[in-house]
Design a protein around this ligand. Structure first.
Ligand code: GLN
Length: 280
């Protein structure tokens, strides 16, 4: 079989198994399994595939056809122009979350010296480690309850060669009485009852990273309650939120923090994706 034939066969199989992006996923798999660039796949499309390569390609295709996200199959995902390792212990970084990173980055850059930022529910580390890479003047701490997730974050920290402290614990328990200038978090925020209706791919992701309790707001309540005790004077908080959650989360932030300014930031789809509060 030649490369172009395999790509067609993979596209057809992924289309039949209801994968949302058959063409893109077939190419991702081929690039990885054959060690070729996307351009090379096109220009060398009539090159023969070895038996060994075909075995690898088909094993990856089987996993994708069964619904597993392509990022878990490849073991990596791109976020903020950086490559992060991912496995089933962590949520796959979403483009939506770049809105959170950008908002926190603007805030970090306005602060002189060496501002301290805490990334709560860090998962793969995509938020905190992107910030560590983009704002090297900042002191970044990542916290997560899951030791398995922290292992992934630690591997990503080493790959990216950035400075960051990693802590294990349930929300603020991970950092004792320490205070920060900025808190950024993408906590679990899907209402429990909505989990079973999610796309097949999302069901491969850790439930602990998605389940936000009966109304999806459990973690925002706990974060808003604890924030005042973990922010320095003039501190700020940035929270990613799910659909229809911006208003209630904004109310929670305002109720628990004496904000000089509070509001929301929209993502590229125009959805209110980040809630922020900045203290006096
Ligand atoms: N954005 C993710 C999704 O819609 C959820 C992430 C989260 O719960 N923090 O699948």
């Amino acid at each position: 079989m030649i490369i172009s034939e395999w790509l067609k066969h993979a596209r057809d199989r992924l289309t039949q198994t209801n994968c949302p992006d058959p063409d893109i996923d077939a190419r991702w798999i081929a690039e990885d399994a054959l060690g070729m660039t996307r351009q090379a796949l096109v220009f060398e499309g009539d090159r023969a595939i070895s038996r060994h390569q075909l075995y690898r390609l088909e094993a990856m295709l089987d996993r994708r056809a069964a619904g597993e996200p392509v990022q878990y199959i490849l073991g990596s995902a791109d976020f903020m122009g950086l490559r992060f390792r991912v496995d089933g212990a962590v949520l796959i970084p979403r483009q939506d979350t770049e809105t959170l990173v950008e908002a926190a980055l603007i805030e970090l850059r306005q602060r002189p010296g060496s501002p301290a930022l805490l990334d709560l529910c860090a998962g793969s580390g995509c938020v905190g480690l992107s910030l560590a890479s983009l704002a090297p003047h900042a002191r970044i701490t990542l916290a997560d309850i899951s030791p398995e997730a922290l292992e992934v974050a630690h591997a990503n920290q080493k790959d990216l060669g950035v400075k960051a402290e990693l802590r294990q614990g349930d929300l603020f328990n991970a950092v004792g009485r320490e205070r920060f200038d900025i808190i950024a978090s993408n906590p679990p925020y899907i209402p429990t009852g909505a989990l079973s209706g999610l796309q097949r791919e999302v069901r491969f992701e850790p439930r602990i990273a998605l389940d936000g309790g009966p109304d999806g707001l459990d973690f925002y309540r706990r974060i808003a309650e604890g924030a005042a005790d973990h922010l320095n004077p003039g501190g700020a908080i940035f929270l990613e939120v799910g659909i229809h959650e911006a208003r209630p989360v904004l109310d929670l932030v305002k109720a628990h923090l004496p904000c000089a300014e509070a509001g929301t930031v929209r993502d590229l789809n125009g959805i209110e994706r980040v809630v922020f509060g900045k203290m006096k």
